[in-house]
Design a protein around this ligand. Structure first.
Ligand code: Q9C
Ligand code: ZN
Length: 344
């Protein structure tokens, strides 16, 4: 069964001020990738907007009202985060694409889905827009899956930044595992290895901070030693991939050295977890990624990995050297998380 790609040209109509890295041209990249997918016989669909009910599962009513009241206007929500006239409509479509992906895989219309969206979402808290993000689409998608009766949903976030919003929204909820590998120290400053969740959600937040400069091999090691084993043990009924591509070596914001193929490897590993635990059900939702050609290549490679589900073998210790940053990150995460995940 195929991979459904969700995208709409409307994602180009959210227009932060000129010069902003989260720019409308990112949609041109997504449209090109979706177009190629269709030409190769893949499924591509237009999203419907997320319902108010779906958004209110993870955001406060006052926050939603504030976004709504910014409709038709250009507003600065935080020093990095801006609306234009159509942003409220566009962010509802972004969340709707993520929800549409969940519905497609739960209804058996597709094996997996990829919501190619902007604006991104993982920095948005229940009541706060920040870091280029408005509605937290991945969180809306996870909450939608729970509302449809799923007992366990994993969100794995490989954006170069920590997804502070997603972590906060689900930190006390043991039904949602949140796993993030991110550059450290870095914006937004959240996501230390010691954050493990709260209350009955303790143990269901897994942070793997990684020193700047990490390569494909560092990330592969982190996934092989921490992300994949924990997610397998959690045994999710759905895997949501919060897929930022700003850890790419060409990215103007991130300080990592990933390649497009490296992202495909990570995506492939997460799809293998979905194959083992969730009848293959995985939904990718885009986050950051600000170099247009790097974004195009990374997205295309990740989609191909979702289709094949082929787990690529890591090529450790090649010319880029041993994955020392990955090793250090694994050691620190293991020291904290082995209390919750036996055998880690
Ligand atoms: N004000 C995403 O990748 N940079 N957001 C702030 C200091 C904000 C990135 C710099 C970067 C946000 C989804
Ligand atoms: Zn990011």
């Amino acid at each position: 069964m195929a991979v459904l790609v969700l995208n709409t040209q409307r994602f180009g109509d959210h227009t932060p001020p000129p010069g902003h890295p989260e720019r409308p041209e990112r949609q041109d990249v997504m449209a090109a990738v979706a177009g190629e997918w269709r030409q190769r016989g893949g499924l591509v669909a237009e999203p419907a907007p997320a319902s108010r009910e779906a958004i209110l599962r993870v955001h406060d009513a006052r926050f939603v009202e504030a976004l709504e009241s910014a409709a038709g206007r250009a507003v600065m929500l935080d020093p990095d985060t801006f609306t234009s006239a159509e942003s409220w409509e566009i962010t509802q479509l972004a969340a709707g694409a993520a929800v549409g992906g969940v519905d497609a895989v739960l209804d058996g219309r597709a094996a997996r889905a990829a919501a190619l969206v902007r604006p991104p979402g993982h920095h948005s808290n229940r009541d706060l827009a920040r870091g280029f993000c408005l509605v937290n689409s991945a969180a809306v998608a996870a909450a939608h899956a729970l509302a449809r009766g799923l007992a366990r949903v994993a969100i794995v976030d490989f954006d170069v930044h920590h997804g502070n919003g997603t972590q906060e929204i689900f930190e006390a909820d043991p039904r949602v595992l949140y796993v993030s590998a991110h550059q450290w120290p870095f914006y937004p400053g959240t996501g230390p290895v010691e954050d493990v969740g709260a209350g009955t959600g303790r143990g269901f937040t897994v942070n793997v901070p990684i020193e700047r400069g990490a390569t494909d091999d560092d990330y592969a090691l982190v996934f092989d030693e921490i992300v994949v084993p924990v997610t397998n043990r959690f045994n999710p009924e759905l895997v949501i991939i919060s897929a930022g591509f700003d850890a790419h070596e060409e990215d103007p914001i991130g300080g990592m050295r990933m390649s497009a193929d490296g992202f495909a490897r990570l995506t492939g590993r997460l799809c293998a977890v979905a194959d083992r635990c969730a009848s293959g059900r995985a939904v990718l939702v885009t986050e950051g990624g600000y170099h247009l050609r790097a974004l195009a290549a990374s997205l295309a490679a990740s989609l191909a990995a979702m289709d094949g589900g082929a787990e690529r073998e890591p090529v450790h210790g090649a010319e880029r050297g041993a994955p020392s940053r990955g090793r250090a990150a694994v050691q620190e995460a293991r020291a904290v998380q082995s209390a919750f995940w036996r055998g880690l």
